[in-house]
Ligand binder design. Structure first.
Ligand code: X8Z
Ligand code: ZN
Length: 623
């Protein structure tokens, strides 16, 4: 989840601050500026305004108040996401209040006016100041107090949607199940009939979220329109300095570049899964219930690589070991140990059976006070998926800790862009599954003969299959939903149209408008119009990995061992340390010599093309 303020799944994105509060949040910052127009009475011409000093004063005051309100909001959100009690509105009320206070401050007319005025004098300001002012103005657009009532309603609707989303009681075969249970069943079950029932159970939440989501679309769009953004999707894309069209062009290009490989994987999976489920007629499109993931975004559980059984190894080690091991990996690169607060206050594991409350079931990382209070919210179980997710979340945590330094002001404590924040930990997740790493840590027998092609296939079923989902289905649907005002009676039809077009997947039975399958993806509700972050993060991840393997470690990108390399740690920390104070394009160019491009990702999987083409020889291609 990307909570508003905890931005991005909890990544603190600058762009998501909301909240409006009572008059208490008023500060005098907005009135601190001297008038620029001399009055009739003034005898002497006014002294020239020192805009640089003015900006400094404003930013100092603003940042202090912002950090305080952000912290209060994060604490309230933390409670709302870790303790969901049916019928108890205590947390929801407290969260709404904290978020309103935040909104009243960040979106106050005084602050907006002053920010605009200061930004009119860019030529007299430093780059560093301009960036902070722009970040504050971006935040303001999410809660302009000129339409305080709309913002307030949006905050309330968001809190309610979160409670519905994570308070839902999933049922399979008459019993309550967790999303972890459903995921495990989808990875393991071999009967197509049972698979369909499991898949349908995982989609039962959709209709319960429909009214809330439609209401939120209106409120989110209306909120940002007050500051001149045409719609919420455009607003989110602007955080990258891109227009809506530019963002869509970028993600479509990424999708096109990976398409030939995806087409081979799709053909391969149709034939292999038909064999596995003993279905005579190979379907032209993959039934959604055949895939080992609720949305078909990760198919890696389809393949077991002989000699590697990571799941079995992890099962023996246990969930706690996984978190500690991920921390050790970061430490081996030179990062510090996690601060005690991380272990004291995080919520890392599933709730005990019989708990009387629920918690957010999607992984996230939180920068509670934009300082050293960092926490993660997960439901870690010992398996490969959570092993990677643990590395992913610690990537956010170490990003937070690294840009929390005196050189980076509070307003710029965010990723170079949101995708970088998502890329760091996913990169470490990839590195932590490569053979030399596993052998080095004794997680795999050094003498085990493993098939490199099968290993690469398993990776492709994880990383490549994700691209049509993220850059295609999710981004296109949210673009339609927010910017093109997709009619309320076409929400599910549009979703399945995109799923077929981009993923080549179809639902097991007709899914009419009584369902709302996109809403089963948590991000659609609580991390809106940002899912391309993940598509871009995979592209960046492979660019960083390619550089690390070839230039730093001098190893084959397919078989690396980052463990213990301080040079790798320095490389990553150098990207993290400036936070959002450097231009994201410049960072990539400086560090890898390349512009953003799927080149490295395509190159990494290229050896697989030959194998897949041979496997698919004589098979019917349908995409
Ligand atoms: O949502 C996430 C992270 C959030 S911090 C766990 N991811 C995407 C997803 O689960 O859909 C990571 C990769 C894709
Ligand atoms: Zn993340």
């Amino acid at each position: 989840m990307k909570k508003p303020l905890i931005s991005g799944v909890a990544v603190a994105t600058l762009g998501t601050v909301l909240w409006a509060c009572a008059p208490t949040a008023k500060t005098n910052i907005g009135t601190a500026l001297p008038s620029t127009t001399p009055t009739a009475e003034s005898a002497a011409p006014p002294a020239p305004v020192d805009w640089g000093r003015q900006a400094d004063e404003f930013l100092t005051n603003y940042s202090t108040e912002y950090q305080k309100l952000y912290t209060q909001s994060a604490e309230a959100e933390w409670r709302s996401n870790t303790r969901i009690v049916a019928g108890d509105s205590t947390n929801a009320v407290a969260t709404a209040r904290a978020n309103e206070a935040m909104a009243a401050f960040t979106g106050s007319a005084g602050n907006i006016n002053e920010l605009r005025q200061l930004l009119e004098h860019k030529d007299q300001l430093q780059e560093f100041q301009i960036k902070q002012l722009q970040a504050a103005l971006y935040n303001a657009a999410n809660s302009p107090q000129t339409i305080a009532d709309v913002v307030k309603r949006r905050i309330k609707a968001e809190t309610q949607q979160t409670e519905k989303l994570y308070g839902f009681d999933y049922k399979y075969q008459g019993k309550s199940v967790t999303t972890n249970d459903l995921d495990e069943l989808l990875r393991k079950e071999n009967s197509p009939q049972k698979r369909q029932a499991i898949w349908e159970a995982s989609k039962a939440i959709g209709p319960t979220l429909k009214d809330g989501l439609l209401n939120l679309r209106g409120l989110r769009n209306e909120t940002v329109q007050a500051l001149g953004y045409p719609d919420y999707f455009t607003y989110q894309a602007s955080d990258y300095g891109l227009s809506r069209d530019e963002m869509m062009t970028l993600v479509r290009q990424i999708n096109d570049e990976l398409r030939p490989l995806y087409r081979e994987l799709h053909t391969y999976a149709r034939y292999e899964l038909a064999k596995k489920y003993k279905v005579q007629q190979v379907p032209d499109y993959l039934p959604a219930s055949w895939l080992p993931n609720r949305w078909g975004q990760d198919w890696s559980a389809m393949v077991d690589v002989k000699g590697v059984n990571l799941d079995a190894t992890l099962a023996k080690k246990g969930a706690e070991w996984q978190v500690k091991q991920a921390e050790r990996f970061y430490q081996s690169l030179g990062f510090q140990a996690l601060p005690p607060v991380f272990y004291e206050k995080s919520s890392l594991y599933p709730l005990p059976k019989g708990a009387t409350y629920k918690k957010n079931n999607h992984a996230s990382a939180w920068h509670m006070d934009l300082n050293n209070d960092v926490r993660s919210l997960m439901s870690v179980e010992p398996n490969t998926e959570w092993y990677e997710t643990t590395h992913h979340e610690l990537g956010h945590i170490y990003y937070y800790l690294t840009y929390t330094n005196p050189e980076v002001p509070v307003l710029l404590r965010a990723g170079a862009n949101r995708a970088y924040h998502e890329a760091m930990g996913s990169l470490m997740g990839l590195a932590a599954t490569q053979k030399p790493f596993l052998v080095g840590l004794g997680l795999m027998d050094a003498k085990a003969k493993t098939d490199e092609t099968q290993t690469l296939l398993k990776e492709a079923l994880n990383y490549v299959t994700f691209i049509p989902f993220s850059s295609g289905v999710m981004s296109e649907w949210e673009n339609s939903f927010y910017a093109d005002k997709l009619p309320a009676d076409q929400l599910n039809a549009r979703w399945w149209e995109l799923v077929k077009k981009y993923q080549g997947i179809v639902p097991p039975t007709t899914r009419g408008e009584q369902y709302l399958d996109p809403a089963t993806k948590t991000h659609i509700n609580d991390d809106p119009a940002q899912y391309y972050d993940y598509a871009l993060s995979y592209v960046i991840l492979f660019q960083l990995h390619d550089h690390i393997a070839k230039k730093i470690l001098k190893q084959d990108p397919h078989a690396t061992n980052y463990y213990g390399s301080k040079e790798v740690g320095t490389f990553l920390a150098d990207i993290m340390r400036p936070g959002a104070s450097k231009d994201w394009r410049a960072v990539l160019k400086d560090k890898t010599g390349e512009d953003l491009s799927a080149r490295a990702m395509v190159e990494y999987f290229q050896p697989l093309m030959v194998y897949l083409k041979a496997q698919n020889k004589g098979r019917k291609y349908t995409m």
